[in-house]
Design a protein around this ligand. Structure first.
Ligand SMILES: [Fe+2]
Ligand SMILES: [Fe+2]
Length: 253
């Protein structure tokens, strides 16, 4: 992995880099250190105002930002793989969800009769839930108040995913896709559906259907029948072509 060489050679002064002999060791150290700095960050962020959230994340992720700033175009894909491994290590259920969502997005992009930025869509799908590494492990187990404490923690993942993605200059289009991902769930509140790019509609629709029919980290036992999930998908304001291709992909699985 070229990005591991970046970590190994110490081209970055980031504390995410730890001197080590093998690329595998460098990779494992990186992931361990990244998960250490994001551990329970979601819980902390859920109690802060938007401005305070930014300050907290900026100070926690300073080393990550340094690394992201040094990435060359050739290192981008390896970097995304590294981030996928971090999600896999922290939360395999979410890693599997990201893979299925990426597959649905690929199918829609390949079959839709509209211009679509396929590579940005795929990268966005692969990274869209990266911020869940800030969730406590076994999130569904934690005690939360009935006033929506769990929901507030869940919402922090979008903020954190975006922070990770926006730090990489080469991922501007991907950030513009991910930022709309939960617009129909009501957050963030300052976005308009009319400004949503087609790729964001595809990702959001793929994400929504997979969330309904597959096990999730925080509600592992509550999945819906495919027919009912498709009915819910159809109630959302995605383009008709997107909904029918997502439906086709799900029904053929
Ligand atoms: Fe999400
Ligand atoms: Fe997701």
């Amino acid at each position: 992995m070229t990005v591991i060489n970046l970590l190994k050679t110490g081209r970055t002064r980031s504390s995410l880099f730890v001197a080590c002999r093998s690329p595998r060791q460098a990779q494992n150290n990186f992931i361990r250190n990244l998960l250490k700095i994001t551990a329970n960050l979601g819980v902390v962020l859920s109690r802060l105002s938007q401005g305070m959230m930014k300050d907290m994340v900026r100070s926690k992720l300073a080393d990550y930002i340094d690394l992201a700033n040094e990435l060359s175009a050739a290192e981008l894909d390896d970097f995304i793989k590294l981030m996928e491994l971090a999600v896999q290590k922290h939360d395999p259920v979410t890693a599997d969800h990201q893979k299925r969502v990426t597959e649905i997005c690929g199918f829609v992009a390949d079959n839709i009769d509209l211009p679509v930025n396929r590579s940005a869509l795929i990268r966005a799908a692969r990274l869209h839930d990266l911020g869940k590494i800030g969730w406590p492990p076994g999130l569904r187990e934690i005690r939360v108040s009935k006033k929506g404490g769990l929901r507030e923690i869940i919402k922090t993942h979008l903020f954190l995913s975006l922070y990770f993605i926006e730090a990489v200059d080469q991922l501007v289009a991907e950030a513009d896709i991910v930022r709309f991902n939960h617009i129909f769930d009501g957050y963030p509140a300052d976005l308009e559906v009319s400004e949503m790019p087609l790729e964001a509609h595809i990702l959001s629709a793929a994400d929504y259907i997979d969330a309904l029919i597959s096990p999730r980290t925080y509600r592992r036992d509550r999945t819906l029948a495919v027919d009912y999930a498709i009915r819910l998908l159809n109630q959302r304001d995605y383009p008709r072509e997107v909904k029918s291709l997502v439906r086709m992909k799900i029904e053929n699985n």
